[in-house]
Design a protein around this ligand. Structure first.
Ligand SMILES: Nc1nc2c(ncn2[C@@H]2O[C@H](COP(=O)(O)OP(=O)(O)OP(=O)(O)O)[C@@H](O)[C@H]2O)c(=O)[nH]1
Ligand SMILES: [Mg+2]
Length: 415
């Protein structure tokens, strides 16, 4: 089927020459006739404001021939209906207060999600506003009122802002923010997919690990050193972790021109990775890469010992060819998710915009917590207002149109 949705005011009149609209929210068959076409369509009518967009909304379900759908679209065009811009239905929903900005961002992520974890995370965010936002509002509001009162009437009425009390209250909120910051950083990684580069000397077991994580035989594995020559990329989900994996050519000095080119490409992988897995087989000495190629990326290198079936080693040891990867799973969750399980991130904020505002908000609270006893109430009042304004920006109650343009350009037509 093809579904065509029309949103706007007074749709009953505008579409009168094509059909009589059915009863609200009840599917009905209508025969649509235009330009010599005759199509039986299932029609739904959602009168505003009780619709997705908050305006009158009509949905036509017709046979799924793209040409037929285009012909109906152009006829609707002749009736004064224009093609929606990307995300325009949702944008109208937002403008009419049917959806909050956080929900809309979650919806965009839901549509774009590529793995089970990403779907679950987006669904959790689309459902309800995070509880901590409510907590922040109810904590800040009375203190804003008190600070304003102290500014306006302090001297005449003897109203003083009790900083000790204020700080106690805010310290609890700040602790909650800290938890949310940790959860949100992890959620952001999961939302974007963790970019893992796999590097090491030839025959270190890179492609074997790559295949094991991807769950399919994507890279060629042989016991000949120098098997992989190009960078291979795969997207997958492994044990709840959305991954973008990069297998690379084994790093060594080689006379082979193709291999040299492959080695040269490893640099881009190192630059772009969230984490670089540096593989060294158990029983073999260091390859010296940490002091050379990997030196600029040390902060994001995770040392992994391969061939764990052949011996013992401290740290993260794996035997990828037999699926023995638990140590790697634990290390990834520790390094990239702050030790959290993916499910612990459900409901956490996750986009760059959201994280930036959450960090700003936390910083604002830090400034309030650092105020000296007896500082003028004007200072606390303005910091409290700043925090309040950041909350409003986060939820979209205070919104800049340019930010909305950027958001909706990421939507598809008709959503
Ligand atoms: N016993 C054992 N063999 C392994 C393990 N990991 C890889 N191998 C074997 O080691 C050989 C090399 O593995 P690859 O995964 O191709 O190594 P690579 O690092 O991709 O090598 P290049 O592409 O040449 O750089 C293959 O024969 C694998 O089957 C392991 O943990 N234990
Ligand atoms: Mg390989």
């Amino acid at each position: 089927m093809a579904v065509l949705r029309v949103s706007g005011s007074s749709l009953a009149e505008r579409l009168a020459s094509l059909l009589s609209l059915p009863e609200a929210r009840r599917a009905a068959l209508r025969t649509l006739e235009w330009d010599g076409f005759r199509e039986r369509a299932l029609v739904l009518f959602f009168p505003g404001p009780n619709s997705y967009t908050g305006e009158d909304l009509v949905e036509f379900q017709v046979h799924g021939n793209p040409l037929l759908a285009r012909r109906l679209l152009s006829h609707l065009g002749a009736l004064g209906v224009r093609q929606a811009e990307p995300g325009e239905f949702t944008r109208r929903a937002l403008l009419h207060g049917k959806q909050g900005l956080l929900e809309v961002e979650a919806l965009r992520d839901l549509v774009a999600a590529e793995t089970d974890t990403q779907i679950r995370l987006a669904q959790a965010r689309a459902g309800a506003q995070p509880a901590w936002i409510h907590l922040a509002r109810t904590t800040l509001a009375p203190w804003m009122a008190r600070a304003e009162a102290a500014v306006d009437y302090g001297e005449e009425e003897g109203i003083i802002l009790d900083h000790k009390d204020l700080k106690e209250n805010l310290a609890a909120l700040r602790a909650r923010f800290h938890v949310e910051q940790t959860r949100s950083r992890a959620a952001r990684h999961l939302r974007e997919g963790l970019r893992l580069g796999i590097v090491g000397r030839p025959n270190a077991g890179k492609s074997t690990l790559f295949n094991a994580l991807a769950g399919e035989d994507r890279a060629i594995v042989t016991d000949l050193p120098g098997t992989t020559r190009d960078v291979l990329e795969v997207r997958c989900e492994w044990r709840g972790l959305p991954l973008r994996l990069f297998d690379t050519a084994g790093l060594r000095d080689s006379e082979d021109r193709v291999e040299q080119l492959g080695v040269a490409r490893v640099g881009a992988v190192l630059e772009g990775a969230d984490l670089v897995l540096h593989l060294t087989p158990i029983g073999e000495g260091p390859d010296g890469l940490l002091e050379t190629t990997l030196a600029p990326f040390r902060g994001k290198v995770l040392e992994v010992r391969t061939f764990a079936d052949r011996g013992e080693a401290a740290g993260v040891a794996i035997a990828a060819h037999q699926g023995d990867l638990d140590a790697l799973e634990a290390a990834l969750k520790e390094r990239l998710l702050g030790g959290l399980a993916p499910d612990a991130c459900l409901g956490a904020l996750a986009t760059g915009r959201q994280l930036e505002l959450l960090d700003d908000l936390a910083h604002q609270l830090d400034l309030l917590l650092a105020l000296e006893e007896g500082c003028p109430p004007e200072v606390s009042a303005s910091l409290l207002q700043g925090a309040w304004a950041q909350l409003a920006r986060l939820t979209g109650e205070d919104r800049a149109d340019s930010a909305l343009d950027a958001l909706f350009s990421g939507f598809c037509l008709g959503k």
